[in-house]
Design a protein around this ligand. Structure first.
Ligand SMILES: *Cc1c(COP(=O)(O)O)cnc(C)c1O
Length: 437
C-alpha cells in the first residue's frame, strides 16, 4: 500500500506530524499544489493577455490568499467582507474585483466608496446596483463592469448553475439595453463584461459561453476592454471524475477573442475566475475515528468521525463525493480511494458527530444514505477526506452542535508544516453573547 494520500503531496508522515501540532479535525493544505495550479492559469493561452482571479469564496484563508497573490493571480470577491479580508491579507484594492449580490447601504456603502477610490474593480450585478453606483462612478471618473445573466448556465448540480432562469446572478439579457442606456446617460464607461455560468459544470458549456459573451460585448458594450469568462472549471475529486482541460479551454477562448479582434478591431484582455480548480484537491480534512457502530442484521456498519457536516457540508448540500483514506494511528494506509484494489474493504457508512441524520459523508444527491467501500478502521485511526480545499473551510456551519471552527495547517514547499489557523476556543465561540438581564 503506497503511503500517499489522494492526489496531493500530503502523505501519511505529514498527517502524523500535523496531528502532533493541532487537534483533529483539521484541514491540511499542500502549498506546492496550490502554486502549480496557479501557474497553470497564469500560463493559460490567451489572445491579448490573461489575468486569472482566484474566487476567494472557495477558501478565504489569509496565508492561502497570500500564496495565490504571490503567484500573480488577482482576486474575485463575492462580498464586501471578502474584499476586506483580501485587503487584510495585504492584497492591493486594484487586484480585487467585487462581484456581489449585495447592495451596500449605510456604513458599508461608504466603505465600498472608499475602496472604489482606492482602485477596487466593481461589477454591477443588477440594475439596482448599477443605479446606485453610477452617480458615484461619474463623479469620480471611475470605470465599471457589468455581470451579465446569459440565460444559459451549467453546474455540477442545479444549485450550482448560476446562468439559467432559476438563479438571479447578474443583469439579465432582457435588461441589458436598459443597463447600457443608464451607463451612457451617466457617461460611465463599462470596460468589463463578466459572465459566470456556474460551478463544476460541463466544460463544453463553459466553452459555448465564450462566443455568447463576446456577442454581448459586440452588441452592447463598445467601451469594453476586458472580457471575464468567470470560473467553474470542473475539478476531479474522485478517481472516476474527469477534470476540465484548462489549456484546451484557454485555446478556444484565445481563438474566439482573436476572431473578435478580426471582426471588430478591438483587443480584449481576458480574465477567468477559478476557485475549485486552484485549491479543491490541495486540501484534505483529517478526522479521527471516534467509534464504530452498527444497526443490526439488516442494517449497516457506521464509521463515526470527529468531523462531519460542520467541517465539510458538501455531501449534505450537494451529494458530493470525496475520496477517503483510512490511516492507522501509527501511519499505515489501510485503504485509499485511489488504490482500493489493493485493500481489504467493506461497504461502510461514514458519519460525523452532529445530532443530524444527514450528517454523513456517504450521501447520494437525493440525500439517501449510501455505503462506500473502504477498510474498516479502528477507533483512534485517522480518516482523511480529500478534495476539501475548496468550499469546505469557507462554507461550513462550524459552530453547529457547538463544535469549534477547525484549525488549519500548511505543508510548505520545503516540506515543513506551518499552522495557519488555530482551533477556535469556547470563549471565541461565545464572545458576543450577553447574560439575560
Ligand atoms: C463561485 C464563483 C467563481 C468560482 O467558481 P469555481 O467553481 O470555484 O471555479 C467564479 N466567479 C464567480 C463570480 C463566482 O461566484
Amino acid at each position: 500500500m503506497p503511503e500517499t494520500i489522494g492526489t496531493s503531496r500530503v502523505n501519511a508522515q505529514a498527517v502524523l506530524e500535523a496531528a502532533k501540532q493541532i487537534p483533529t479535525p483539521f484541514y491540511i493544505y499542500d502549498e506546492q499544489m496550490i502554486r502549480d495550479r496557479c501557474k497553470q492559469f497564469m500560463t493559460m493561452p490567451s489572445a491579448f493577455g490573461i489575468l486569472p482571479r482566484f474566487a476567494m469564496k472557495a477558501n478565504s484563508g489569509k496565508a492561502l490568499l497570500q500564496i495565490i497573490d504571490a503567484e500573480g493571480l488577482g482576486i474575485d470577491a463575492s462580498s464586501l467582507n471578502e474584499a476586506k479580508r483580501a485587503l487584510m491579507a495585504g492584497i492591493e484594492p486594484s487586484r480585487i474585483l467585487l462581484t456581489t449580490q449585495e447592495v451596500p447601504t449605510g456604513d458599508e456603502r461608504l466603505e465600498l466608496e472608499d475602496l472604489l477610490i482606492k482602485g477596487l474593480h466593481y461589477n454591477a450585478c443588477s440594475l439596482t446596483q448599477l443605479r446606485a453606483v453610477l452617480p458615484f462612478a461619474k463623479k469620480n471618473s471611475l470605470k465599471i463592469g457589468v455581470r451579465v445573466h446569459p440565460g444559459v448556465g451549467s453546474g455540477e448540480s442545479v444549485t450550482r448553475n448560476t446562468g439559467d432562469k432559476y438563479s438571479c446572478f447578474g443583469i439579465h439579457l432582457s435588461d441589458l439595453e436598459q443597463a447600457v442606456q443608464l451607463a451612457r446617460e451617466a457617461a460611465v464607461p463599462v470596460t468589463r463584461v463578466h459572465v459566470h455560468i456556474g460551478s463544476g459544470g460541463d466544460p463544453e458549456a463553459w466553452r459555448e459561453n465564450i462566443q455568447r459573451e463576446l456577442g454581448f460585448i459586440e452588441t452592447y458594450f463598445p467601451e469594453t476592454e476586458t472580457v471575464n469568462f468567470g470560473g467553474g472549471f470542473k475539478e476531479a475529486r474522485m478517481p472516476d471524475e474527469i477534470p476540465a482541460d484548462i489549456q484546451d479551454l484557454g485555446l478556444t477562448a484565445k481563438k474566439e477573442v482573436e476572431a473578435f479582434y478580426t471582426r471588430t478591431g478591438r483587443k480584449l484582455k481576458t480574465e477567468v475566475e477559478p476557485g475549485n480548480y486552484i485549491i479543491a484537491n490541495a486540501g484534505s480534512l483529517v478526522c479521527s475515528v471516534m467509534d464504530i457502530k452498527q444497526t443490526g442484521p439488516d442494517g449497516f456498519t457506521f464509521v463515526l468521525l470527529d468531523g462531519g457536516m460542520e467541517t465539510i457540508t458538501r455531501p449534505l448540500l450537494y451529494g458530493s463525493r470525496h475520496p477517503f483514506t483510512v490511516l492507522s494511528k501509527d501511519g499505515k494506509v489501510r485503504s485509499d480511494e485511489f488504490h482500493l484494489d489493493n485493500a481489504d474493504t467493506q461497504d461502510l457508512i461514514v458519519v460525523g458527530r452532529c445530532c443530524e441524520s444527514g450528517d454523513s459523508l456517504t450521501l447520494n444527491a437525493d440525500h439517501s444514505i449510501a455505503t462506500r467501500p473502504m477498510a474498516l478502521p479502528e477507533p483512534g485511526d485517522f480518516f482523511i477526506i480529500g478534495g476539501t480545499g475548496a468550499y469546505c473551510s469557507s462554507m461550513s456551519p462550524f459552530n453547529y452542535n457547538s463544535h469549534y471552527q477547525a484549525p488549519e495547517i500548511l505543508l510548505r514547499t520545503n516540506n515543513k508544516l506551518q499552522v495557519i489557523r488555530n482551533q477556535q476556543s469556547l470563549a471565541q465561540m461565545t464572545v458576543n453573547e450577553k447574560e439575560l438581564g
